[in-house]
Design a protein around this ligand. Structure first.
Ligand code: FMN
Length: 316
């Protein structure tokens, strides 16, 4: 049983301490644990070139073609990290909250996973075994929930590209200077519990795995995010009154008998669940249709494209 801790906070900082506590609990239950701090690795920004998804489309249509992976593959440490991650049964991430959201170091890391889409790598034999990785997320901030409103949600939004099924998450609050969390034994205890939960999830058959975090966390009954927005029509006409901003579940906001607002899923509310391969494949369908439409019609905008390419302003 392999579990990897990933920290995006300071050395000796609060995220690191909480992830270490979770790993200690997992280790005590028999897991083989490793820990990395993203500050120690060279990670390039995704350039947005789309070479990966263009290649994926080509290989899917013609399996004799070879997938070359991310164009940054030999330029930084991402390939090494992802290859390790995609053989792990569990991942525990500790990420500081900056400006309400996960820190940019974490996001830079997470947004490189498009080139490593697990279902695609499995299909082409780039990865031989699906590790069915489960995850625990820890957002760490100096303030309470009111100043960390997009922290866990921002981390949750990066899970489907990393193919991680989140079974637990916690928000660590009111921790400023490194080591502040050591004054909060209840938070250390909660991180410890996360380590145990991750081991429990790994020891559960894949199809029986489920949420092990606080049952009342968030609004969405599917992914436990607290972010629900008024739905708008999707590209193919699907529409829900409200949607979860993180997993894409659809439903409505209703008051229960106690007068509390609940997000109740529609009967078909999980057809857009981003964590399910089939829904993501449907999204890929949308992307491919948009791309084909553009390629077909690009002649119509060739002059305009040239015009905007020639427009220039002084930089600083
Ligand atoms: C640039 C910056 C922005 C921050 N913004 C927030 C914030 O919006 N909300 C919050 O609760 N804490 C915020 N903090 C505080 C950190 O999240 C906090 O110090 C945390 O303990 C850092 O984690 P670490 O010790 O693992 O590095 C911010 C800190 C920095 C450096």
């Amino acid at each position: 049983m392999k579990i990897l801790g990933i920290v995006a906070g300071r050395h000796g900082g609060n995220s690191e301490i909480l992830v270490k506590e979770a790993l200690l609990a997992a280790q005590a239950k028999g897991a083989e644990c490793k820990l990395i701090n993203l500050f120690d690795y060279h990670i390039e920004h995704c350039t947005g070139c789309e070479a990966c998804t263009m290649q994926m489309g080509e290989v899917a249509m013609d399996p004799t073609k070879k997938y070359k992976g991310c164009i940054l593959k030999d330029k930084d440490d991402m390939d090494r990290i992802v290859n390790e991650m995609q053989t792990c049964n569990g991942v525990i991430m500790g990420v500081p909250t900056y400006d309400l959201t996960p820190s940019s170091l974490y996001l830079k890391f997470a947004q490189r996973f498009l080139a490593y889409e697990l279902s695609f790598r499995l299909e082409i034999g780039d990865v031989t075994e699906d590790p069915h990785t489960v995850g625990g997320l820890i957002a760490v901030g100096g303030s309470c929930h009111d100043w960390q409103t997009l922290a866990l949600e921002g981390m949750g939004a990066t899970m489907f590209t990393q193919s991680i099924y989140v079974v637990d998450q916690m928000m660590s609050t009111r921790n400023g200077r490194p080591g502040n969390v050591l004054l909060r034994p209840e938070q250390l205890e909660r991180a410890h519990k996360m380590g145990e939960n991750i081991v429990e999830a790994i020891n559960t058959p894949v199809e029986q795995r489920h949420w092990l975090g606080d049952p009342d966390m968030g609004l969405c009954p599917n992914c436990h995010s607290g972010l629900v927005f008024r739905g708008e029509e999707h590209w193919d006409g699907i529409k829900f009154p409200f949607e979860c901003a993180v997993c894409g579940a659809g439903g409505d906001l209703v008051r229960d008998e106690k007068g509390e607002v609940k997000f109740v899923l529609a009967e078909n509310g999980l057809i857009r669940d981003r964590n399910v391969n089939a829904s993501r494949a449907e999204h890929l369908n949308e992307i491919i249709k948009t791309r084909i439409d553009f390629f077909k019609r690009q002649g119509e905008v060739a002059d305009l494209k040239k015009h905007y390419a020639e427009v220039s302003f002084p930089a600083i």
